[in-house]
Design a protein around this ligand. Structure first.
Ligand code: ZN
Length: 138
């Protein structure tokens, strides 16, 4: 798990000053276990830190992304979503009606991808899978 301390250090490494506003934002990011967008992160952090501006949120997120401690997801039809960069690989389903993001990881799919690439002489360096889903009736 990425802790607020790790995020703080990453920002320092990027040469960004850790203001009280940024510290409040980092606490929110560290505590998020979903995939909030910048506006949602701003909303959460503003509860404790009303002087946090949205532009600070955007700049801080970009710096954290550059440092590799958070991941940006650009799902179709939604603003960028963010999550902590963690070691365990997973893919995402996006509910097209609610925007909810569901994490999943399938050993069968992972294996199949490896086999498909190997069949034509490749190994997979990285992959990203997004399934756009809608709840079935009933
Ligand atoms: Zn995720």
């Amino acid at each position: 798990m990425t802790k607020a301390d790790d995020l703080t250090q990453a920002l320092r490494d990027a040469g960004v000053r850790i203001t009280r506003q940024r510290a409040a934002l980092l606490t929110v990011i560290a505590g998020a276990d979903d995939h909030p967008d910048a506006v949602e992160l701003h909303r959460r952090a503003s509860k404790d830190m009303p002087s946090l501006s949205l532009s600070t949120v955007y700049r801080t997120l970009t710096a954290l992304e550059d440092q590799g401690v958070i991941q940006r997801h650009q799902f179709d039809g939604t603003p960028s979503r963010f999550e902590k960069a963690e070691d365990d690989h997973h893919d995402h389903m996006i509910d097209v009606d609610t925007g909810e993001v569901i994490e999943f990881c399938s050993d069968r799919i992972e294996q199949l991808q490896t086999e498909l690439a190997a069949e034509i002489g490749y190994e997979i360096v990285h992959h990203r899978m997004e399934l756009y889903v809608r709840k079935k009736d009933g």
